[in-house]
Design a protein around this ligand. Structure first.
Ligand code: HEC
Ligand code: HEC
Length: 206
C-alpha cells in the first residue's frame, strides 16, 4: 500500500519540477539570453515587428525544430534589433550557431509556455476570402482551424505577422526553406497573388 502511494506522490511532483526548472532557467544565467531573444521577438516572444514571428505559445518541439533548421539551410535574414541595442543587427543562423543544443531545447520550452497573441493588423477582405478558399482545399488538412490550433504539428499561422507569413511562403515556393514535402508541393502550385491572398487570410482569422 505505502509504496504505490509514494510513487503516486512522486509523479505529482513531476510538473512542479518542470515549472521550477523553467523558473530557474529564466531567473539565472540565461536572463541575458532571453533578453536578447525578446529584443527582436518582443516581450515574452510576442512580436511587434511585422517581419519577425511571434514565438510565444508555439509548440515546444516546433520551436526547437525550426531553430535547428537554421543549421540545416533555412535562410535567415539580417535584421535590426527592435529594442535594446538598436545599432546592432543579427540573424537567426548565427544566433543558433552560438547556442548549445541544450539551450535550444530550454528556450523552446520557455517560449512555448507563454500564450500566443494574435497580431492586430489590417487585411484586405476580398483577398482574405480568396485565401480562405485556397486554405480549405490545400492547407487545412494539416493547418486545422484556419491555422489557429496550438496543438497542431504545423505551427500557428492565424494571427502571425502577415509580412513574415508571406516571406515564408515565398521561401517555400522557391524551395529555399526546408519544409514538409507534401506542403512544398501544394505551395509550389500557387502563384504570387495566391500567396498574398493566403497571407491576408491568416491575418483575418479571429
Ligand atoms: C536580430 C533579431 C533576432 C534575434 C536576436 C532573435 N531572433 Fe529569432 N528570428 C528572427 C527573424 C527575423 C526570424 C524569421 C525570419 C528569418 O528567419 O529570416 C526569426 C525566427 C525565429 C524562429 C522560427 C519561428 C518559426 O515559426 O519558424 C524561432 C523559433 C526563433 N526565431 C527563436 C529565437 C530565439 C529563441 C532567440 C534567442 C536565442 C531568437 N530567436 C533571437 C530574428 C531574431
Ligand atoms: C501535409 C501537411 C501540410 C500541408 C498540406 C501544408 N502544410 Fe504548412 N506546414 C506543415 C508543417 C509540418 C509545418 C512546420 C514546419 C515544417 O516542418 O515544415 C508547416 C509550416 C508552415 C508555415 C511556416 C510557419 C512558421 O511559423 O514559419 C507556413 C507559412 C505554412 N506551413 C503554410 C502552408 C500553406 C499556405 C499551405 C497550403 C497551401 C500549407 N502550409 C499546407 C505541414 C503542412
Amino acid at each position: 500500500m505505502k509504496i504505490p502511494n509514494l510513487i503516486m506522490r512522486l509523479f505529482k511532483l513531476i510538473p512542479l519540477f518542470i515549472i521550477s526548472f523553467n523558473y530557474s532557467f529564466a531567473s539565472q544565467a540565461n536572463e541575458e539570453l532571453i533578453a536578447k531573444c525578446d529584443s527582436c521577438h518582443g516581450k515574452n516572444g510576442v512580436s511587434q515587428a511585422s517581419d519577425i514571428p511571434t514565438i510565444a505559445g508555439i509548440p515546444e518541439w516546433n520551436l526547437s525544430d525550426q531553430m535547428l533548421q537554421y543549421l540545416d539551410g533555412r535562410p535567415a535574414k539580417t535584421v535590426s534589433y527592435v529594442s535594446g541595442n538598436t545599432s546592432e543587427t543579427g540573424n537567426m543562423k548565427s544566433i543558433v550557431e552560438g547556442l548549445t543544443e541544450e539551450q535550444v531545447e530550454q528556450l523552446a520550452a520557455y517560449y512555448s509556455e507563454f500564450e500566443f497573441v494574435k497580431a492586430s493588423q489590417p487585411f484586405d477582405e476580398n483577398m482574405a476570402k480568396q485565401g480562405e478558399d485556397i486554405h480549405e482545399k490545400q492547407c487545412d488538412s494539416c493547418h486545422s482551424k484556419g491555422g489557429s490550433d496550438p496543438e497542431d504539428e504545423a505551427s500557428i499561422l492565424a494571427g502571425q505577422h502577415k509580412e513574415y507569413i508571406l516571406s515564408s511562403l515565398r521561401e517555400y515556393k522557391e524551395a529555399k526553406r526546408p519544409g514538409d514535402k507534401k506542403m512544398l508541393r501544394e505551395i509550389q502550385k500557387l502563384n504570387e497573388d495566391q500567396l498574398v491572398s493566403l497571407a491576408e487570410y491568416y491575418a483575418s482569422v479571429q
